[in-house]
Design a protein around this ligand. Sequence first.
Ligand SMILES: Cc1cc2nc3c(=O)[nH]c(=O)nc-3n(C[C@H](O)[C@H](O)[C@H](O)COP(=O)(O)OP(=O)(O)OC[C@H]3O[C@@H](n4cnc5c(N)ncnc54)[C@H](O)[C@@H]3O)c2cc1C
Ligand code: FES
Length: 290
Amino acid sequence: MLRGQALARGDTCAHIGRMERAALLHDCTVVKRTDFGHGYFELFLDAPALAANFKAGQFVNVRVRDELYPLLRRPFSSFDILKDVRGKATGISLLGHVVGQGTRMLSRMEAGSKLHINGPLGHGFELPENADTRVIMVGGGIGLAPFLHLTRQWHGQRELVLLAGGRAQKDLAFMKRFTGTGANVLLATEDGSAGVKGRVTVLLEAELKALRGKPAVVLTCGPWAMMKAVAEICMAAGVPSYASLESVMACGYGVCNGCVARVKADNEHGFRYAKTCVEGTVMDCEALVW
Ligand SMILES: Cc1cc2nc3c(=O)[nH]c(=O)nc-3n(C[C@H](O)[C@H](O)[C@H](O)COP(=O)(O)OP(=O)(O)OC[C@H]3O[C@@H](n4cnc5c(N)ncnc54)[C@H](O)[C@@H]3O)c2cc1C
Ligand code: FES
């Protein structure tokens, strides 16, 4: 039974769906950091046991340093799965954006720094059964993070389209990491400094129109308002859509109730609260109360 933060290194957890019997706590070493400017950075971590079992859309909860502050772990998606020359997973990378103290500390970590990581946590994206299904990923800003890993995971199995939105080109400098991944990448920026001028939903509407009956699924991650717009467009078009929710989290494994989202329910309120860290983070857009 899980209790608070009382997991010990090497413990396993049978309560977290797909992670059954996988080790959850990992001591990882930073091997490299890349800066993309404007507070965006990528941390490359040596963590073979963590990487071996990681599905895109799952997340890790990171203890930023081994001191009292910051007290709570900080959740992050896996940005990339790192492999050696023989294709064996050696670690993961995290794409970060500085918004507060925890991300600032991570953005300054040098090679050799140690991080204590809990994961992989939550449920990732599910590969659509029908091989003809076009997978349309819609990400906004730092919400693009899970889609590099997803592209690597599904490349060659499904047709992949990535629609990337940001305020300006400077918020999308990390998109160069998607070069050569096999996904068809289209950009939209609000100021027109990269790609189409406007919101990423403009690209989505055009993609859905171009489907002409071809099966598709839309996967989205980013700011709530963007995902809500994506969900509404997809529901109107009759295309299934799934959102990876980046709720504010604490424990990351279902004990604190810090991460709830409202999902439709057949009760007097018409909804119930779902813990996104264990029921998600990937959730069916039709099931959510937007
Ligand atoms: C499942 C999941 C995956 C995530 N993946 C990434 C990722 O790949 N890269 C990345 O940079 N960030 C990601 N985030 C968001 C990241 O966890 C927060 O930005 C981080 O915890 C903030 O920590 P801090 O100490 O820097 O800021 P704090 O001082 O804790 O907070 C600073 C500001 O950020 C806001 N904030 C805190 N947590 C979140 C959150 N979860 N979502 C949105 N705003 C938040 C606070 O409300 C506050 O306004 C993810 C969050 C979740 C839940
Ligand atoms: S983060 Fe604690 S229950 Fe989800």
